[in-house]
Design a protein around this ligand. Sequence first.
Ligand code: MG
Ligand code: MG
Length: 265
Amino acid sequence: MIFLKTEDEIELLRQANLLIGRTLAELAKIIKPGVTTLELDKVAEEFICDNGAIPTFKGFPNPFGGPFPASICTSVNDVVVHGIPNNVPLKDGDIVSIDCGTKLNGFCGDSCYTFLVGEVSEEIRQLCKVTKEALYLGIEQAVVGHRLGDIGYAVENHCTSHSYGVVREFVGHGVGREMHEDPQVPNYGKRGTGTMLKKGLCIAIEPMITLGARQVTMDSDRWTIRTRDGKPAAHYEHSLAVRQGKADVLSSFEEIEKVLGDKAI
Ligand code: MG
Ligand code: MG
């Protein structure tokens, strides 16, 4: 069931989502070779809680195993999504996607950014750049009167034109009082097909794009999703409200990219 949001509800969603941008900006300040993803998790959790919100990922149930043990997902290199923070130091040339969820005043935020660690190869920088471009091309389609397939097509077309893989097992979603609501928002599709987009529909668009083949596999921890061929993957996510003419992006990369300065891609 799809819940369309009122303007008041959209403002609450915006507050929860802007907090994620600020949280990820705090992490942007400290991401460098040598830092561990567990250290990043601690900073994120404290920042979210200090701002009166709940980290929604922590304790998130898993149909296949135990609940998620941390406040952020940290997916390094060939990990596509749902990486569990650990004590392995990040290395020069790594990429780490950090997915973050908050609940503030009863509404959820969900946004993700892939960070470069030190000097990253041009090939992998390009993967990140194209994935972020695909996110914004998807967002351009999230307007009243279009359909979900228009979003998926825009994301997929841009990534396949660069010969990248588009992960199909995980998708974007509605966002509201729950982090994952209907409808599902795939990163692939046919133009003019699928659910019609209406004013007040709030969704997260989140392309998960691979340098090699799109196939993925799950680790024995029942969370970590990796590319089957071991090649890296990038992941960017915004939450937004569908509007007439132009989507209203509720999350923000502005604070993150202010910290990154000319290192932002
Ligand atoms: Mg997310
Ligand atoms: Mg999401």
